[in-house]
Ligand binder design. Sequence first.
Ligand SMILES: [Zn+2]
Length: 268
Amino acid sequence: MSTSWDPSLTTPELLTLTRLLGEPARDLAVLAEGNTSQRLDDGRLVVKASGANLGSATAEDFVVVDVDEVMAIVDDPAATQDDLTAVLVAAGATRPDGGPRRGSIETVVHAAVQQVAALLGTGPDVARYIGHTHPTDVVGLLASVRAAEAWERIVYSDEAVVVGRPLFVPYATPGIDLGRIYASGLRQHAERHGALPQLVLLANHGIVAIAPTTAGVEAVSTMAVKGARVRATAYAVGGLAPLTDEQVTKFFARDDIDERRTNLALGR
Ligand SMILES: [Zn+2]
């Protein structure tokens, strides 16, 4: 199926999450930065359209894309940015200003997660909601000389509970270039850990929060910002002293921590 425009498929849950991530006080995104998505039961993806602001988004500001169609472009070495842009246009749908209704070029950031979720066979609900934002505190660290190493280790226990093991993706131009390096990073993470990450850090760019519920996306996004502030403070006073692998493994092995992680992801 091709990209289409059907505001009746934009759920109140997705709309609430989108506006919440766009609240100025959260400092996750300004202007038309960032995008959100929800996976439908039929596998298609409702994703924010290009140019819409998170904070004031309406049901009309989303398009419905076919994950396989988008990822076929990303996975085709001969495909270009123009091919990707073309596939994201909702045929026959125009905005009030006469322009086309088109999925964000960052739709690839959402579609690649669904492709890997399908490969893992972990069930459709693991990644039902995705929020991609550009939080100032996180982008600051991801634009620093510490970017690649900052999240290599967990630095405090509640971060381990909410975020788990994040994935770091080196910088690439947003669009098809980012889509390729990001999809490859997700696949490697899935092979290594047998699961999708809940937080992806995009160098010099932003974050991707992946969760079964909107509350999970909010929690991961909020904790990513807190984790960035904690790291910046630690670097400022001489450097990070992260938790050891042994400490993290011991912590994750506790039954109560497993339960807390599940509850957080489900928004309970
Ligand atoms: Zn972005």
